[in-house]
Write a protein that binds this ligand. Structure first.
Ligand SMILES: [Zn+2]
Length: 441
C-alpha cells in the first residue's frame, strides 16, 4: 500500500473513532513513519538471553517472581534499559519503569510493556515478548532519531504470574491481607516486593490515577491456538474475560455399596456426573467464546464399598460479558435443580469471593491496531483473551489495548511454549506503528 493511502486510512480510523476525544488530528503525520521496522534478530536473541535466567539443566524455566533468578533477570533487563537511555526506576510495588522524553512534556505518556516473571516450568515468551519488544521500540526510535510528541513509558510489571500483583498495586491497590499472602517464591508478597527493590510500606505511592497516562499497550503471545489454527498473524484483543468461581456441593446419602439396591440410592457422584455434563451442554448451548469448566472434584467418603454421600465440585465460567456469565449460571442452576430432584440429592452453590471482572480494551485503540496491522500486510482477528493480564488492571486507569501473536500449538505456561521470530517481529512492528499512530492524536 502506498504511503498516501495509509495516511488516509489511519486518519479516517482515528477521526471516526475520536481516540480519547481530546486532540485534533494534525493531518499528514498521523501514520507515523512506516519505514521503521523492529530488528527481528535482536528480539529473538534477547528472548533467548533472558531465558537463561532460571533455566534448569533440562532446559525448563523457573523465573518465578521474587526469587534470586527473577531479581537477576530484572537486573539484566534494567541494564538494557539504561543502555537505551530509559533511566529505569523501581516503584514501591516493584514495577520497573523507564521513561523517554517526548517533544511536549505537558502531554501524558504513552505506556507499554509486560512482565518478565514466569510460572514454574514456564515458557520463554509469555510476558517476555511484550517486554523485549517494548525495549525494541525504544531502540528503533533511538537509532532513527525519532522523538515522539508524547513521553513514552516502558513498564515491566512485578509478579504478574502470582496474581498480577504489580499492576493491581498501581491501579486499585493491594490490601494489607493481600500483602501478607504467600507468593510462589515462599516469601509473602510484602517481602517479595522488598526483595525486588519495592517498598511495601509505601505501596500507596505507586498508585497511578486515571489521566496519568494517555494509553497502555501490551503485546503478548495468544497462549491459545486460535490464531495458529485460523492462520491469522495478529490478534486484536477486545477484552480480558471475567472469571467467576462457584463451589458446588452435591449431597446424597453415603450407604453400603453392597446391601443398598440400585433403586434405593442417593448417589452424590452419579448426580455430580450428570451435573458435569449439564454444565458442558449449557456452555455449548449458545454461540460465543464463553468457556465453562468443572476443574475440581472431591468425593466423600471415597471408598470402593461406600456409595458416595457428598461431592464437592469447582465450577468456573469465563466471558467478556458479566451478564452472559450470570445468564449461563442461572441456566446451570436450573439444570442442577432438575438433576437433584431426579437423583434425590441436593445441589447447592457457593459463589467465591473476588471474581475477576471482565476488562474491555479501548474500541478506538482496537481500530488503530487493526488498521496498522492491515497496513503492514497482516491478517487480523478480533478476539478475547481467556487468560488474565496486567492490562486488565491498567484498564481501570487508562484506555488499554493488547496485540496478540500466534502461540505454536496453542501451548503456554509450559517449557514447550513457542512463537516464531517472524510472528514476534510482526507483533513488534504493530506495537511500534501503533505507538507512532496514537502519538499523533
Ligand atoms: Zn503474561
Amino acid at each position: 500500500m502506498k504511503r498516501r493511502t495509509f495516511i488516509k486510512q489511519s486518519s479516517l480510523t482515528a477521526l471516526s473513532l475520536g481516540f480519547l476525544g481530546a486532540t485534533q488530528l494534525s493531518g499528514k503525520s498521523i501514520a507515523g513513519d512506516k519505514t521503521l521496522k523492529v530488528n527481528s534478530q535482536r528480539i529473538e536473541n534477547r528472548i533467548m538471553e533472558l531465558a537463561q535466567f532460571g533455566r534448569d539443566d533440562k532446559g525448563r524455566g523457573y523465573r518465578v517472581a521474587y526469587t534470586k533468578v527473577d531479581i537477576e533477570g530484572r537486573a539484566w533487563f534494567m541494564d538494557l534499559m539504561k543502555k537505551v537511555g530509559l533511566d529505569p526506576t523501581i516503584d514501591a510495588a516493584g514495577n520497573i519503569i523507564g521513561k523517554r522524553k517526548g517533544k511536549n512534556a505537558s502531554l501524558k505518556p504513552i505506556a507499554f510493556g509486560s512482565h518478565i516473571d514466569m510460572v514454574p516450568d514456564g515458557g520463554n515468551y509469555d510476558g517476555t515478548l511484550g517486554s523485549i519488544c517494548a525495549l525494541e521500540v525504544i531502540e528503533i526510535l533511538n537509532e532513527n532519531n525519532v522523538t515522539t510528541d508524547h513521553p513514552l513509558e516502558v513498564i515491566i510489571f512485578g509478579n504478574e504470574e502470582g496474581g498480577t500483583i504489580g499492576s493491581k498495586a498501581i491501579t486499585s491497590g493491594l490490601t494489607k491481607e493481600g500483602l501478607q499472602q504467600k507468593s510462589q517464591s515462599g516469601l509473602t508478597m510484602a517481602d517479595g516486593i522488598k526483595a525486588i527493590g519495592g517498598n511495601p510500606d509505601n505501596i500507596i505511592n505507586s498508585i497511578k490515577k486515571r489521566g496519568d497516562i494517555k494509553a497502555f499497550l501490551e503485546l503478548h503471545i495468544e497462549q491459545g491456538g486460535i490464531l495458529e489454527k485460523e492462520n491469522i498473524q495478529i490478534g486484536v484483543v477486545e477484552g480480558i474475560v471475567g472469571i467467576v468461581h462457584w463451589e458446588v456441593t452435591v449431597e446424597g446419602f453415603a450407604n453400603h455399596a453392597g446391601s443398598t439396591p440400585m433403586n434405593m440410592r442417593q448417589d452424590a457422584l452419579l448426580a455430580a456426573s450428570q451435573f458435569i455434563i449439564a454444565v458442558n451442554e449449557v456452555i455449548n448451548s449458545i454461540k460465543g467464546s464463553q468457556v465453562g469448566t468443572i476443574g475440581k472434584i472431591a468425593v466423600q467418603p471415597g471408598a470402593y464399598n461406600v456409595i458416595p454421600g457428598k461431592v464437592l465440585l469447582g465450577l468456573e465460567i469465563r466471558d467478556l460479558s458479566s451478564d452472559k456469565i450470570e445468564m449461563l449460571y442461572s441456566e446451570i442452576e436450573k439444570r442442577a435443580a432438575t438433576i437433584a430432584v431426579a437423583s434425590k440429592t441436593t445441589i447447592s452453590f457457593e459463589r467465591q469471593a473476588n471474581p475477576s471482572k471482565p476488562a474491555l480494551t479501548d474500541k478506538s485503540l482496537q481500530q488503530v491496531i487493526n488498521a496498522t496491522a492491515k497496513t503492514l500486510g497482516f491478517t487480523t482477528k478480533f478476539m478475547q483473551s481467556g487468560a488474565g493480564h496486567d492490562s486488565q488492571h491498567m484498564a481501570v486507569i487508562a484506555p488499554v489495548a493488547m496485540i496478540f501473536i500466534p502461540s505454536v500449538g496453542g501451548i503456554s505456561h509450559s517449557s514447550k511454549e513457542f512463537s516464531t521470530a517472524a510472528d514476534m517481529a510482526n507483533g513488534g512492528n504493530v506495537l511500534l506503528q501503533t505507538i507512532l499512530s496514537i502519538d499523533k492524536v
